[in-house]
Design a protein around this ligand. Sequence first.
Ligand code: CP3
Length: 356
Amino acid sequence: MTALKNDRFLRALLKQPVDVTPVWMMRQAGRYLPEYRASRAKAGDFMSLCMNPAFACEVTLQPLERYPLDAAILFSDILTIPDAMGQGLYFETGEGPRFRKVISTVADIEALPIPDPHQDLGYVMDAVSTIRRELNGRVPLIGFSGSPWTLATYMVEGGSSKDFRKIKAMLYDQPEAMHLLLGKLAQAVTAYLNGQIQAGAQAVQIFDTWGGNLSSAAYQTFSLAYMKQIVSGLIREHDGRKVPVILFTKNGGQWLESIAEAGADALGLDWTCDIGEARRRVGAKVALQGNMDPAVLYAKPEAIRAEVARILASYGQGSGHVFNLGHGITPEVDPAHAGAFIEAVHELSAGYHTPA
Ligand code: CP3
């Protein structure tokens, strides 16, 4: 394998010294980029981009052609797993994800197969190896999956939900059924992420987008416990290098201490918590990733710069911080503003690191 030319993202996740704070953006390949919209039109639709490794590679690299990002993230979706379990994923324009088959009974859950990453999700494994080859060591490649809880919300609700009515009824009425589903998903996610690592992913992130919607007690039992199980089953070193694991629970700020005990290397933070305070709470255990409000990118470059400066000052001196947005970049953002954000992180962070 080619040696990495820029490894500050991996170094920061392991709290090793860096020259400047590394930065990437959740959803960095996406609709705010005209070149992404052109590729999607060429492929036909979103899932065709995901399922064709050449297209997935093309759109993964697009933001890296524009900006000096410190990491690439596999272009795919968290819902590839339920699709491979036979639920029939499709996207209705403007409506988000939908499933042809929805999970509603214990029998439905019992019938779910655990997908084999190579046989059933081979297109993702091929995308990872294609992207690694094309990156040629420029920056590390991040693999990812949804958390069992977050995947289960889509599988039981049949798509995006505002109130999580069906899955919460299941959680409280039939906790054993809920645990059976989450246990199967934890097994599927572990195999899927290990497949991605073997195919070339150099770090992995678990997106727990909806964990923050649970009560404190339910979060521990129905989300964090399963992420912990996954983390303990992951390959943590590959090709002679540590493979860092990032856990991102959106709206999980009040549980940072317990998330930090899950065995991951880093925690993703949304913008509702102060990163300096988060560092004081858990910084001895884990690195932190985040956490600018993505809506700041609607403001002018000077305001973006000021907010980057505030977050860097709040985190303070030294390594262990990967700069990111607190959630995905939105389609309406001006690409020039994303550029101003990335430039500001690199320029303004040098003073927080000691030159070698
Ligand atoms: O970060 C990246 O650039 C990698 C690609 C990526 C996508 N989805 C591409 C995508 C990643 C990491 C995801 C994860 C994902 N997918 C999550 C967890 C992260 C988060 O944002 O909370 C979730 C909940 C999903 C499920 C999903 N996929 C939804 C709800 C939607 C529709 C949302 C929307 O903005 O319309 C998607 C579609 C999707 N996934 C798009 C992209 C670029 C938009 C599809 C399009 O081109 O129309």
